[in-house]
Design a protein around this ligand. Sequence first.
Ligand SMILES: [Zn+2]
Length: 215
Amino acid sequence: MIHPNTEVKMVNPQIGLGVFATKFIPKGTILYVVDDMELIYPKDHEMLRSEKYRPHIEKFSYTDQHGNRIVSWDYAKYINHYCDFNSISTGYGFEIAIRDIEAGEQITDDYGALNIEREMECGCGKSNCRKVIRPNDVVTYAKEWDEVIIPALKKIHENEQPLLNYVDDETKGKLDYFLKNNSGYLSIKELFYNRELEHKNYSLNGVAQSIKKTL
Ligand SMILES: [Zn+2]
């Protein structure tokens, strides 16, 4: 679920739609949360083997740390990637504003934290543009990203948080523990889903199956 003080607008014909703030959103605001209404396709879901549906699911989903494809039921799926993002995923199942966002500003995040399946060229044109966004960027940049996430998390109880209600109690407990004790932080790198391992497991299974058949 996306924060209520947002709207979808056309960015330009090349980029297409994007999500924009309709009011000032302060740093430390939860902008997106995985709620119970999200459409979740586990990695072995038949829709992901469907030639008809897979391209659409790929285009509008991201992959969580368990390999599930998640398609947002609302317009959170239109958040664009910019290398100087103002919002980013966290190890707590939500995205947070890492700086103040003005009314009218586009809300952007980093697709490097979303387990993209293959490398993606980036033409965001920002001075810190990485040019290529890679599936394992969340591991490569975890330290750098955690350093901007933590100060935002520390402001979480200073702001109005309409989405906090949709964060599950266990996660809220872990977050409050970290905020109180400054330990037990869930790093963004927890979001990494290792596809290579998955493919290896699949091929090992394949080998096991064919050995079984041969026997
Ligand atoms: Zn870029």
